[in-house]
Design a protein around this ligand. Structure first.
Ligand code: FBP
Length: 343
């Protein structure tokens, strides 16, 4: 006998979900919907390569030619090109900026420009690729500020508060796309057998009771007094709480994703020792602001230790920032320690 489709099982593809969300906005033109599809498609294309990353050694490294006669690209370069090429001709964007490029990426003259601006980190945590550890793509979408014609640098330098949508794609034991258009955070898991992102996590909220803290403890001696004392607090060393468990992947999307689902805090503070990291390591525009937008939508908070990251006006595209992100009360506690001991 044919198995019957169970009435109560509703399969929601990402396309359907984005369209349903668009219906709440009668004024919407559908351009943002299309742009989110384009990003989901890029995620599928990148995911198809990440699962073969280990074959690079076998098939030949960058600059070489594999056994099929195709040139083999490094995965981060491939991810960057994929997102760029899937979005440069659609007429939906005024300009793009990628963490892989010093300057913004203009829309070629032969294509029309549109009303949105896309900032992305094509493959975050790419130093983890060789160890088969999860990596991710992070994106943020803004309205353009300029009126018409080619987008400008100023279009890319907007505070996170202006984000229209943001999200990430996590290439882990499964591929997930998590995004928000300002109406909650929703997670989709790629079903590789049908090639679709299916809704798996509706309206994600940080659980009230945090489980993990996440930080590279190896740098502890280079942190400020306030950050060290906050870490003592999280470990239960000052007796205020019984202490949280520690998890650190070293791949921001994976660490943020776990923090979002389990509750807790991820932080990457300023590092007084490394001249490259006086303001931390992570980038405000490509990493911190989009994740802070998601955190806020999920009932949490993203801060630089002093103020809400969404309020910071970037001065430059690749500006770095300390990042404290997760359950609101923990992030506020971090700010309180910093205010008390570091000012
Ligand atoms: P890249 O931009 O060089 O990939 O670095 C980003 C990142 O890998 C994040 O994903 C992660 O949170 C952090 O660096 C880990 O840094 P560290 O190795 O110093 O702990």
């Amino acid at each position: 006998m044919q198995p019957e489709l169970n009435d109560h099982i509703k399969i929601t593809t990402i396309e359907r979900h984005i369209l349903d969300e668009q219906r709440h906005h009668p004024e919407a033109t559908g351009v943002l919907t299309q742009l989110l599809y384009d990003i989901a498609l890029a995620g599928k294309v990148i995911a198809s390569k990440t699962t073969r990353a280990g074959l690079a050694e076998i098939l030949g490294r960058t600059g070489e030619t594999n056994v099929q006669g195709e040139s083999v690209q490094k995965l981060d370069r491939f991810a960057d090109l994929t997102i760029h090429r899937l979005n440069d001709h659609t007429g939906r964007l005024a300009i793009m900026a990628s963490e892989e490029h010093v300057k913004p990426l203009a829309i070629p003259d032969k294509y029309p420009t549109g009303k949105y601006v896309l900032l992305f980190d094509p493959l975050d945590g790419s130093s983890n690729i060789d160890f088969n550890i999860p990596i991710g793509t992070i994106f943020g979408i803004y309205h353009r500020l300029s009126e018409a014609g080619p987008g400008t640098l100023a279009d890319c330098l907007q505070p996170g508060r202006n984000l229209v949508a943001a999200g990430y794609i996590l290439y882990g034991s499964s591929t997930m796309l998590v995004y928000s258009t300002g109406e909650g955070v929703h997670g989709f898991t790629l079903d590789p057998t049908v090639g679709e992102f299916l809704l798996s996590h509706r309206k994600i909220h940080f659980p009230k009771k945090p489980v993990y803290f996440s930080v590279n403890l190896g740098y502890r001696r280079f942190w400020s007094n306030g950050v060290q004392r906050f870490t003592d607090f999280l470990q239960g060393l000052d007796g205020q709480i019984s202490g949280l468990s520690l998890r650190y992947v070293g791949s921001l999307v994976a660490d943020f994703h776990r923090t979002l689902l389990s509750g807790g805090i991820f932080y990457y503070p300023a590092d007084s020792q490394d001249p490259k990291k006086p303001h931390g390591k992570l980038r405000l525009t490509y990493e911190a602001a989009p994740l802070a937008f998601l955190a806020q939508q999920a009932g949490g908070l993203g801060s630089n230790g002093q103020e809400n990251l969404l309020d910071i006006q970037p001065d430059s595209l690749h500006q770095r920032t300390p990042l404290f992100i997760g359950n609101r009360d923990l992030v506020e506690t971090a700010e309180a320690f910093i205010t008390k001991y570091d000012r």
